[in-house]
Design a protein around this ligand. Structure first.
Ligand code: 5GP
Ligand code: ZN
Length: 114
């Protein structure tokens, strides 16, 4: 746990969030600034700054379980389709340095993304 990290503090229950899913390895919360009618973040409980760090540190089953949670939440939000995004680094649009999976649903998605 990193005391300076907002997502570690949410995982620890120190900062409130609307929790919509939980597993041994991750929690899912509603994004506070939603970019779609349903915008959920799957946040691994372990602190890893980026996707690269996460896949380097966690067991493949742990990573798989986080993506499995993302897929289930996306399908539950809209069986007709959803989008999963992981931003990494400055040019990737990452603003919180604790890896997380965005699950966006409830409107048609466009390509290419912004
Ligand atoms: P990133 O830009 O790093 O890919 O995504 C970070 C996301 O976390 C943003 O969509 C932002 O709205 C969300 N976020 C940042 N701080 C908080 C918070 O304290 N609570 C919640 N629920 N979402 C947050
Ligand atoms: Zn963290």
């Amino acid at each position: 746990m990193n005391q300076q990290c907002i997502f570690c503090r949410i995982v620890a229950g120190e900062v409130p969030a609307e929790i919509v899913g939980q597993s041994d390895g991750a929690i899912a919360i509603r994004d506070r600034n939603p970019q779609a009618p349903s915008h959920i973040l799957v946040i691994p409980r372990r602190h890893a700054a980026t996707l690269a760090e996460y896949v380097g540190q966690a067991k493949p089953e742990e990573v798989g379980s986080a993506f499995s949670m993302a897929s289930k939440l996306g399908r539950d939000a809209n069986p007709a389709g959803y989008r999963v995004v992981v931003n990494e680094g400055r040019d990737g649009g990452q603003t919180v340095d604790h890896v997380h999976i965005h699950v966006l649903a409830g409107r048609p998605m466009h390509w290419p993304p912004g």
